[in-house]
Structure formats: structure tokens, C-alpha cells
Design a protein around this ligand. Structure first.
Ligand SMILES: Cc1ncc(COP(=O)(O)O)c(C=O)c1O
Length: 407
């Protein structure tokens, strides 16, 4: 059947990425594709900047400013000023910095509001902070699938830590409303944007968010373990120390003063020596985003996930699948998750066919639609493979049953 697809304003972007042959890549929400320009850039950084420039590259190649320069590249994608965001460390570590900075600003309050089934690191970091603070500090958990946070807010809540788009279900909070609700009770707001950045426009400053963090190895294609970004609103940042007060967050690092004096605003969120190789790869990847129209990107993302859901409903009815991703556009991110009893082996059988998604325990098949490079034809072919795997019971084969350590 010849399908008429919506126009794809990003069809020219696919060529910027290395996509292995016979692969339908639906895991860009976990690890983005390799941009072709990155390999050359890394070669150059390794051979010339490191190999030849050696230590002078900290000055001459601008290594020291990479956290700010890469932050500035991300600024437009999350709706903040270029000077208010930096890149370095992991999302987990940046969460700790933001939590620590936030609790200092609300010293009379003893509760961190978190999500029961958020991505584990967010919850673990909140628990770690509460344990460190002691003195009756607690984490209060929103029940799963709670999008109205008001019943869980009161004068004891110091800070709310929420993930904008849920890693498992792709359900999305209303950032503006929730931030407003959190502020109305006098608390501060931290957003984890790991599953939003590069998938849709985000307006942190317009929503008056206090802090935000996010991964860069997903939709931003920074490469495995690429450093995360951290944002703090300039007024909030100026009022607080972040607890990982390393030397590069100091106002004069090379003065090696005895005592810490925080640098201005977001610069105090830099802790130690920047990861130059991975920052250079990310810097190169982010050049692709310079002209990307984020509203058009969101439109394509929704068209991709709409098509996937529609085809799934049309062709995979009767196999016991349950789509757990919200149908409403306002509440949906850029991946689609499907609950199924045999989720793990089905994902393995699909991977063996070149259709790459992933599995999240206990029973979720997750398919990500990175709008820059996933095509509508990919969606049609992926669903056809899924239908075939289910109908043929191919997933029951022994080689698909053994759990690998990364799922
Ligand atoms: C919501 C969310 N936060 C954080 C992380 C990862 O944090 P880190 O980069 O520190 O491993 C992920 C990873 O998938 C995530 O989904």
C-alpha cells in the first residue's frame, strides 16, 4: 500500500548522522545516533589540540570555556539565556548540586517532593540529600501518574524535583502550571529535562523554573556518557552555593585562595576540570541544532508517535499489548511505551531484525522517535516487524530469553 506521509521538514537532517545499514533506530531517547562530523572533530582534538597543543590548549583552544560555550548552544532548546546554563558532570551529579542549592534557600522546610516511579537516579539523589541533611528531612513521593501536584504541597516542602517527560511512559507534566503551583506554596522547582530536550521546545525561563538538568546523550546526540547540562535562574543562583563547591566554581580558580568564593550565577555550578573530549563531541553535535525550528520538530515528533500508535492499534490488536503512553498531545513526549507480558524477548527479536528499541522492567517495550532523523517510513516498517514477531511467536526462541545487563 502506498501511504501519503506528512511532509518531513527534517528529511535533510538524516544525512548528518551515521545510521548503520538495515537499521531502524528507535532508541535515540536513550543514546542518540553518531553525527558524522563528530569523528573528525575528535580526531582533531586528540591529535592537534591534545597531541600538539598540549597544556596550552586550555587557553588557546578554548578548553576552559567549553562548559559555557556548550551550555550556550543548548540555551535556545530549553528557553533560557546563553549565559545561564553550563555543561559538565552527569545528570545525577547536577541533580545533587541543584537539590543542595535549593534546600539552603528554604531552611525552615524539611521535605523534598519527588515522584514514586521517576527514573531511579532522581529518586536516589533526593533520598541521598535527605539522608545527608538528616534532622527529620524527608522525601515525599507523588503517587504514580499524578499530574496535579497541589494536594502534595504544603509549607513543609522546600523543593520539588520532577521529570518533565517520564522515562517509561512518556507522560508529560504541564511545566508552567506545575512550576506555578510549586511556587504558590513557597517551594522551589527543579526540572529534569532528559526526555524533553531536543524532542520539543521547552520554555524554562518563561515558566519561571528555578533549576533544570538534563542528559545530552539522548536527543542531543552527544555520545555515550556525554556531560549533562545544568540551569539555575540567575537570581536564584546568585543567592545560593551549590554543595559541590569545587575549584572551578570559584571566582578566581587560579588564585588558589584558602576559602571558597562562589563565581557569579551559574558559573558556580561548575565543579572540577571539564571533560574535554566528550564536551568537544557534544559541541560538534550541537551545531546541527542551530537552525532547527523547535515547533516544527514537536509537530513532527507528534506525527511520528501518532502514526506509530495508530498502526499499532490497527495491526497488533489481539496480542495483549497495552499502550501506556498518553494519547493526548499535551501529555505526550517523543517515545511510545507498550506493556506486554513478553516485552523483553520481543524487543530482542526486533533488535535481531535491525529494529532497535529497548526494554524497561518489568514489562515495557519502549520506542523512541528522535524527530531529527526518524522517518515516517521507519515507523511503518517497525510496526510491520513488530506485528510479524508477535504473529510468528519468533520472540519465544531461546536466544531472546537471556537478560543482558543493559536492557
Ligand atoms: C530522567 C532521567 N534522568 C537522569 C538520567 C541519567 O542520569 P545520568 O546521566 O547521571 O546517568 C536518565 C537516563 O536515562 C533519565 O532518564
Amino acid at each position: 500500500m502506498n501511504r501519503i506521509f506528512p511532509t518531513d521538514p527534517f528529511s535533510a537532517y538524516r544525512q548528518f548522522f551515521h545510521l548503520p545499514s538495515n537499521t531502524i533506530y528507535l532508541d535515540g531517547n536513550s543514546l542518540g545516533l553518531l553525527p558524522k562530523a563528530v569523528a573528525d572533530r575528535l580526531q582533531y582534538v586528540i591529535k592537534e589540540e591534545w597531541g600538539v597543543g598540549l597544556i596550552s590548549s586550555w587557553n588557546q583552544a578554548g578548553w576552559m570555556e567549553l562548559p559555557q560555550r556548550v551550555g550556550a548552544q543548548i540555551a535556545r532548546l530549553v528557553g533560557v539565556e546563553p549565559a545561564d546554563i553550563v555543561v559538565g558532570d552527569s545528570t545525577s551529579v547536577n541533580l545533587f548540586k541543584c537539590l543542595g542549592a535549593a534546600v539552603q534557600l528554604r531552611p525552615q522546610r524539611r521535605v523534598i517532593l519527588a515522584e514514586t516511579d521517576n527514573f531511579s537516579t532522581d529518586t536516589y539523589m533526593a533520598e541521598g540529600m535527605a539522608k545527608l541533611l538528616g534532622n527529620g528531612y524527608q522525601v515525599r513521593y507523588l503517587p504514580p501518574n499524578t499530574f496535579d501536584v497541589r494536594p502534595y504541597l504544603d509549607e513543609t516542602v522546600a523543593v520539588a524535583l520532577l521529570t518533565h517527560v517520564h522515562y517509561k511512559t512518556a507522560a508529560k507534566f504541564d511545566m508552567k502550571q506545575v512550576t506555578q503551583d510549586v511556587h504558590d506554596c513557597g517551594a522551589l522547582m527543579i526540572w529534569d529535562l532528559s526526555h524533553s530536550t531536543g524532542a520539543m521546545p521547552v520554555q524554562l525561563a518563561a515558566c519561571q523554573a528555578d533549576f533544570a538538568v538534563g542528559c545530552t546523550y539522548k536527543y542531543l546526540n552527544g555520545g555515550p556518557g556525554s556531560p549533562a547540562f545544568v540551569y539555575a535562574s540567575p537570581t536564584i543562583a546568585e543567592q545560593t552555593w551549590q554543595p559541590l563547591s569545587g575549584w572551578l566554581g570559584h571566582q578566581a580558580p587560579f588564585a588558589f585562595e584558602t576559602h571558597y568564593r562562589p563565581n557569579t550565577a551559574i558559573l558556580r555550578f561548575i565543579a572540577g576540570t571539564p571533560h574535554i573530549l566528550s564536551l568537544s563531541a557534544l559541541h560538534e553535535s550541537l551545531k546541527i541544532w542551530e537552525q532547527v525550528d523547535l515547533d516544527a520538530l514537536r509537530e513532527k515528533s507528534l506525527a511520528l508517535t501518532d502514526l506509530f500508535i495508530q498502526l499499532l492499534e490497527q495491526t497488533c490488536d489481539g496480542y495483549g499489548l497495552e499502550i501506556v503512553t498518553p494519547r493526548s498531545h499535551e501529555q505526550r513526549g517523543s517515545h511510545v511505551s507498550v506493556a506486554f507480558e513478553h516485552a523483553y524477548p520481543v524487543v530482542q527479536a526486533l533488535i535481531a531484525r535491525g529494529v532497535i528499541g529497548d526494554f524497561r522492567a518489568p514489562n515495557i517495550m519502549r520506542f523512541g522517535f528522535a524527530p531529527l532523523y526518524v522517518s515516517f517510513q521507519d515507523v511503518v516498517e517497525a510496526v510491520a516487524h513488530l506485528q510479524d514477531v508477535l504473529a510468528s511467536h519468533e520472540y519465544l526462541a531461546p536466544q531472546f530469553q537471556t537478560r543482558k545487563s543493559v536492557t
